[in-house]
Design a protein. Structure first.
Lengths: 84, 414
């Protein structure tokens, strides 16, 4: 199973939360809070739901509590790898 | 400001997103000209429904007015609300810097009658088409009556008292009164009004049970209150938001006082019991006049509820006569909403906007599509009528039985 890349996270942020942050910028803001990127708790929940539907895998409850892109990608990718 | 100064609520900004104009200027020009924009419904998925004619807002591009982050979370009725609030704040010259200086002294109140039907329908289709995992989380907030108040507050950083009035169509006037009371109690500025978007297929189906709904397919004949051809009302989308603030503070900061909110009262007489709405309107008008300290003869123009149901039209004409007496047969009455449709809670707020503009321009807009009046009223028809207007009375009734009256005074310094 493939890892979630910054590109995919950037696309999901736009689709689920209407927030446009280019992958390069997301790289620079890897440790910024989702809130400072304009993503609220429902937006992150939408991103998690979309990921689950795409990959057919349930994400751990902590996924929607992640504070930063780094935390989020670390968690969802370790979940995807464990299930692979 | 003296300690004995009684705060008085003034309107300093009006933002309109209506079927006949998506800014205040265009709205006034179309209203003044008596232009009717009622037309066959073109919204996707609606052509098989027996509701044929409505007032659609066609000249509104949500992405040009509101950031994508807010668009994905919200329904069309909130898109209208955010855009109208921006226009009103801009007119009142209240920018983001002003808000940032004292965010807790600015609040929001809206009225909503139909909620976020289009957004809700889309998510329910996901639910039944694909499954619960495909319903987006923003469904939890977007359909809700309070959504527009919340999103306007968040987007503009307005952290003062926020509320929503869910009180039937007449709630639109109640929201303006609520804002005026908040200002009188000490809040500096309220952003207040109503916008609605009841023209998605789901929302339209919800309305089909209303016996007052016009199912005529002729835009020129579908909504003709006060005539023998009255066959119900035509729904509409859009609405207006006002900036309401303390009159003295507004004058001190050099803002233009467009009108003052002088008096308001509301009553309840039961769903579709139109004969009883006569007494309900009488009590509401008396209450509003009392609060305004206004004699019946001082009313220069009446913006009628104008439901378009014979029994309701009769009740309203009699209520005006009951309270205003002989003056009731002389006072000009108008119902510009026959050219735009009736946007539920938004309808009386658009009337209030038209009333402020009418007082400023000394011109009473006409009642489109209405010529042959069968009640003892001086209804302004065909073309606008010039008049010196100091005081306007706005009436509204809801299908569920609420009745409200609002008195606005011209804003020129006394």
């Amino acid at each position: 199973m493939s890892r979630i890349t910054l590109e995919e996270l950037s696309e999901l942020m736009k689709k689920a939360a209407g927030v446009t942050v280019a992958p390069q910028e997301l790289q620079q803001r890897y440790d910024s809070g989702f809130d400072s990127l304009g993503i609220d708790s429902l937006g992150l929940l939408g991103i998690v739901g979309e990921l689950e539907n795409r990959h057919g895998t349930q994400m751990p409850p902590d996924a929607e509590r992640c504070k930063t892109p780094r935390q989020f990608l670390d968690l969802v990718n370790s979940t995807l790898m464990a299930g692979a | 400001m003296s300690a004995f100064h009684r705060r008085r609520a003034a309107v300093t900004g009006i933002g309109v997103v209506a079927p006949n104009g998506t800014n205040t200027d265009t709205f006034w020009k179309s209203t003044r000209e008596g232009m009717s924009v009622l037309d066959r419904i073109t919204r996707e998925g609606c052509d098989h429904l027996p509701l044929r004619v409505a007032g659609e807002v066609r000249a509104f591009e949500p992405s040009a007015a509101v950031e994508e982050r807010f668009l994905v979370q919200t329904d069309r009725f909130t898109h209208f609300g955010m855009a109208a609030a921006d226009l009103a704040l801009e007119e009142a010259r209240i920018g983001r810097d002003t808000v940032a200086q004292s965010p807790f002294s600015l609040g929001v109140v809206t009225a909503a009658g139909s909620g976020g039907g289009e957004f809700g329908q889309r998510e329910l289709q996901q639910l039944w088409g694909k499954g619960s995992r495909f319903v987006g989380p923003y469904q939890s907030i977007a359909w809700f009556y309070a959504a527009s108040t919340g999103q306007i507050s968040i987007r503009r950083g307005l952290k003062g008292p926020c509320s929503v009035v869910a009180a039937d169509e007449a709630g639109g006037l109640d929201a303006l009164a609520h804002a005026a009371r908040a200002v009188e109690r000490g809040t500096d500025v309220m952003v207040a009004g109503s916008t609605e978007a009841p023209l998605a297929p789901y929302s339209m189906v919800c309305q089909l049970g209303y016996e007052e709904l016009s199912t005529s397919d002729d835009p020129a004949r579908a909504y003709r209150p006060f005539t023998t051809g009255a066959c119900g009302f035509v729904p509409a989308e859009g609405g207006a938001m006002f900036v309401v603030e303390d009159e003295a503070a507004a004058r001190e900061r050099g803002a233009q006082v467009r009108a003052t909110v002088a008096g308001h009262a509301s009553t309840f007489t039961g769903a579709s019991r139109w004969e009883l709405s006569r007494e309900g309107l009488v009590q509401a008008i008396r209450g509003a006049l009392d609060e305004a300290g206004c004699a019946p003869e001082e009313i220069d123009v009446v913006f009628a509820d104008a439901l378009g149901v014979p029994e309701a039209d009769r009740a309203e004409a009699l209520a005006i006569a009951d309270v205003l007496g002989a003056h009731g047969r002389r006072v000009p009455v108008t119902a510009p909403k026959t050219g735009t449709g009736r946007g539920y809670c938004a309808a009386p707020v658009l009337d209030a906007a038209a009333a402020v503009l009418a007082m400023e321009h000394g011109l009473i807009p006409p009642t489109p599509n209405v010529f042959d009046i069968c009640h003892d009223l001086d209804l302004v028809t065909t073309r606008a009528r010039a008049a010196d207007l100091r005081t306007a009375l706005i009436l509204s009734r809801g299908l569920m039985g609420s009745n409200s009256a609002l008195v606005l005074r011209h804003g020129a310094a006394e």
